[in-house]
Structures are given as structure tokens and as C-alpha cells.
Write a protein that binds this ligand. Structure first.
Ligand code: SF4
Length: 86
């Protein structure tokens, strides 16, 4: 599966209730992340969000803090010349 734009991904579970993925409440974000874990786009979606430096919403089962943490780890790995996956 190749992620180009999550909004165009067939079978993405967030398409039916997209507001939940951008809800301000922690519980709603946890519910969204739980749904993500059953989504066929889980890994590609998280990669896409990290690569595009997305700072809002739940992507690939990760909230903004988790996305930022993964982005920092990847940035550090890239500076060291390491290869890192989700
Ligand atoms: S992993 Fe989550 S945010 Fe990404 S497409 Fe699937 S349901 Fe949507």
C-alpha cells in the first residue's frame, strides 16, 4: 500500500467519522487511535504523517505528542545516518 494522501485512501476507517480524529478531548483521541489499530492503512498512515510533519489529529494510531516523539527519533536517526521505521 502506498500512501499519497490519507483523504484518498480506500478503506480508511476514519473516513466515516473524521471529526473524532481531530477532537480536542483525550478520550476521543484514544477512541480514534483504537480504531486506527484495525485500519489497513495503519503503518503507511503513520509514516505519511511523520514525513509530512503533521501536528494535529490522530494518524496511524498516534496522537500529536506520539507523532512528534517519533518524528524527533527519526530526525535524530537521520542525522546519525541510521534507517528507522515505525
Ligand atoms: S490509520 Fe487511522 S488515521 Fe490512518 S487512515 Fe486508518 S483510521 Fe485513518
Amino acid at each position: 500500500m502506498d500512501v499519497t494522501d490519507p483523504a484518498d485512501m480506500d478503506g480508511a476507517l476514519c473516513r466515516e467519522y473524521p471529526d473524532l480524529w481531530f477532537a480536542p478531548g483525550v478520550e476521543d483521541r484514544r477512541r480514534a487511535a483504537a480504531v486506527c489499530r484495525s485500519c489497513p492503512w495503519l503503518v503507511g498512515c503513520g509514516d505519511w504523517a511523520v514525513e509530512h510533519r503533521v501536528t494535529a489529529g490522530v494518524w496511524g494510531g498516534m496522537d500529536p505528542l506520539q507523532l512528534a516523539a517519533l518524528r524527533r527519533r527519526r530526525d535524530r536517526a537521520a542525522r546519525r545516518g541510521d534507517v528507522m521505521h515505525v
